[in-house]
Ligand binder design. Structure first.
Ligand code: FAD
Length: 395
């Protein structure tokens, strides 16, 4: 029985684990976090996700976990709506759709559907990957050594597998010049309600504060800012919080309240918005999947769809493990290369529309979002937005 090591129990890694296990593979998953990672905002079911989830047999479970949302509204520093894009806009192809699920829930659903045969090693990662004629010898951080037929790097945008086998991240990274902090906030008596709206407040200087509905009694909040400076190390929470406090000190609406809740957020994360483009995703018996290979950035809105599709395509090509591995990897790359490239092509001016630099820019974008929904302009915007995922591979 062929044995796969999947590094990273995220969306791509867990989906692949489920599919390979069903195809008769022995599957081990190594995840660096102590448990399944929580956190993240909502992901939609467009661009092929719905179909993959249906084929995996989990669509009904996902649909039972949808977050009720009315749409996206841009607000000023007092909370007044400047423009709104309801979920019905552009026939459901707007920025927020009727079918969105928290990333946490999607990850949990994929994880739970896996059989007991999948072996999870939490708090674990890889230290070295050595090719042997019949597989890969892997040394884990714990000191354990094991042997696998294939190793899949599904360990996200800052992939360690990619680092070990392909080299420094910088050569594959295109920074979009934005950093983003996100976490879950438990609603208290004094927390302003969202009434189902995803609220976004832009401030001059390329700053943005957002709050969107989460599970009952919670809000998913985010703080975005333009920067080209390196962020504090991921483990240095004090320096991260200090940076947010300084950056959002003079921003209105709920910025102060939201920043003040960051220290106690269990799922707090701060990262840059990057794109990743690796010229070749496989080397020997090691292959990259998901953000580690092709991250299109959260601004694309396609990270989850591509992760699910990529997992399905890779599983199909690996079949039961009796195929020559290199050929299977090459066919997987052939099928996923184009959708990944297309996803990285952001709408022109996408960064500027997300975090405008000036007050004038903020107001202009609000007018554009209103006007875009008028009868004449709507079909053009609908076409542009529906283009997302047009290049899905046949599965
Ligand atoms: C906690 C979290 C929240 C997110 N929130 C959002 C969001 O709100 N909006 C959005 O657009 N995208 C979000 N993303 C990214 C989104 O999940 C991905 O773009 C997309 O689903 C592609 O999935 P992936 O499996 O390739 O990567 P990811 O979903 O990022 O999964 C990668 C997994 O690998 C693990 N990992 C990382 N390094 C190692 C290592 N060295 N060894 C072992 N395991 C490792 C991570 O802990 C994670 O579980 C989030 C990712 C995470 C991990």
């Amino acid at each position: 029985m062929a044995h796969a090591l999947i590094v990273g129990a995220g969306i791509a890694g867990d989906a692949l684990a489920v599919l390979l296990d069903r195809q008769g593979w022995r599957v081990t998953v190594a995840e660096i976090a102590p448990g399944l990672r929580k956190g993240g905002q909502t992901v939609d079911l467009r661009a092929g996700s719905r179909e993959v989830l249906a084929r995996m047999g989990v669509l009904d479970t996902v649909l039972a976990s949808l977050v009720a949302q009315r749409g996206l509204a841009w607000i000023d520093e007092t909370g007044k709506h400047l423009a709104a894009m309801p979920v019905e806009a552009f026939d459901g192809q707007g920025f927020v759709s009727k079918e969105e699920v928290l990333r946490t829930d999607l990850a949990r659903i994929l994880h739970n559907v896996g059989s007991a045969g999948i072996r999870y090693r939490f708090n674990e990662t890889v230290e070295s990957l050595d090719d042997r004629p019949d597989g890969v010898s892997v040394r884990f951080r714990s000191g354990d050594v094991d042997h696998f037929d294939v190793v899949v790097g599904a360990d996200g945008v800052h992939s360690r597998v990619r680092g070990i086998r392909w080299g420094e991240e910088e050569q594959f990274r295109n920074s979009l010049g934005i950093a983003h902090a996100w976490y879950t906030l438990d609603e208290r008596a004094d927390t302003p309600p969202l009434d189902g709206w995803f609220l976004m407040h832009n401030a001059p200087g390329g700053l943005m504060v957002e709050a969107r509905p989460g599970h009952a009694g919670t809000q998913e909040v985010g703080l975005s800012f333009r920067t080209t400076e390196p962020l504090p190390p991921r483990g240095d929470r004090a320096a991260q919080l200090d940076l947010l406090e300084r950056t959002f000190r003079d921003v209105g609406w709920r910025a102060a309240e939201i920043v003040s809740r960051a220290p106690n957020a269990a799922d707090f994360a701060l990262d840059t918005y990057d794109q990743i483009a690796v010229p070749k995703w496989h080397d020997g018996r090691v292959v990259l999947l998901g953000d580690s290979a092709w991250c299109a950035s959260p601004l694309s809105g396609l990270g989850t769809a591509l992760a699910l599709l990529g997992a399905e395509v890779l599983a199909q090509e690996l079949a039961d493990g009796t195929e020559p591995i290199g050929d299977a990897f090459a066919r997987y790359e052939d099928r996923m290369r184009r959708p990944a490239q297309e996803a990285r092509k952001l709408l022109p001016g996408r960064v500027g529309m997300f975090v405008p630099m000036t007050q004038l820019g903020i107001r202009v974008w609000a007018v554009i979002w209103k006007a875009a929904q008028w009868r004449v302009a709507a079909p053009i915007l609908k076409w542009a937005m529906a283009g997302r995922g047009r290049d899905s591979p046949d599965v």
